[in-house]
Ligand binder design. Structure first.
Ligand SMILES: Nc1ncnc2c1ncn2[C@@H]1O[C@H](COP(=O)(O)OP(=O)(O)OP(=O)(O)O)[C@@H](O)[C@H]1O
Length: 259
């Protein structure tokens, strides 16, 4: 579904790469949390999958395609298989809930008949059946995020990327959004979510990939937001204590690490 081979991303003007030699695979249907401090490279990781940015080094395969070889003409077609949700919702303020969702389908040339069926279906799925004619400013934050999710999944993408989708929401609204993302994942969509929300990650017990300064330092099958142990990158030959200060235990304890 997704494969990164030794992917490095260095933005021009920066001396340190945003992603540094990242290698990983994500299988169809997985639910993956991407965690790490601000600036650790989470959004860059998502932008590379979307081909909003190109890697400086390395290869990325998404849905069987070598993203680096996609011509710019083919990028819009490639992106039809991907849904994206952001922290700030990014709804069109002058359009109703219905039209915000319908717009995505109009852009890719879906028929009026298809749109008239698909939009009410997806609004029902996200719990907004009665709010199709509202405008975004007439909705709560949680409802606006539901519209954004409806828009992202209405074309049934194989992959849903979510960049801090609960970042602007209170805990109980966030829980509702997570229940929705879990349902979407159970229907077979691969979900990758970048987040700083420790409570959500700890509760869901899904795969957790942690980035530190653009490098993967942890990849756990059923991880939490923090782990007891994170191996520290050290120069070869250094045999010092390979643990983060203030932590204990072994790096592989009980978590089923993938890499
Ligand atoms: N367009 C850009 N041009 C130059 N540098 C960038 C650009 N985008 C990101 N960076 C740099 O790349 C590094 C990683 O940024 P990125 O946005 O991927 O981190 P992040 O983990 O998503 O952070 P946050 O949690 O704050 O969203 C940072 O040092 C950032 O300053």
């Amino acid at each position: 579904m997704i494969r990164f081979d030794q992917v490095t991303k260095l933005y021009s003007g920066n001396t340190r790469p945003a992603l540094n030699s990242v290698t990983l695979e994500i299988q169809r249907g997985e639910f993956v949390f991407l965690v790490g401090a601000s600036g650790s490279g989470k959004s860059s990781f998502l932008r590379l999958i979307l081909k909003e940015e190109n890697p400086t080094k390395g290869e990325i395969h998404v849905l069987g395609q070598n993203v680096g070889r996609l011509s710019s003409r083919k990028v819009p077609y490639f992106r039809r298989n991907l849904g994206v949700v952001f922290q700030d919702f990014r709804l069109l303020p002058q359009k109703t809930v219905f039209d915000n969702v319908a717009f995505t389908l109009q852009v890719i040339g879906k028929s009026k008949g298809f749109i008239q069926e698909a939009v009410p279906d997806v609004l029902k799925m996200v719990g907004l059946a009665g709010k199709a004619s509202r405008f975004p400013h007439e909705l709560s934050g949680g409802e606006q995020q539901r519209v954004a999710i409806a828009r992202a999944i209405v074309n049934r993408p194989a992959l849903l990327l979510a960049d801090e989708p609960t970042g602007n929401l209170d805990p109980s609204t966030s829980a509702g959004i997570m229940a929705l993302l879990e349902r979407i994942s159970q229907s077979g969509t691969t979900v990758i979510m970048a987040t700083h929300d420790a409570g959500i990650v700890d509760q869901m017990k899904r795969r957790v990939i942690e980035l530190v300064s653009g490098q993967i330092v942890r990849d756990e099958r059923q991880g939490g937001y923090l782990t007891q142990t994170i191996p520290i990158q050290r120069p070869a030959g250094d045999v010092g204590d390979q643990r983060r200060p203030g932590t204990s235990g072994s790096a592989s304890s009980g978590s089923g690490g993938l890499s």
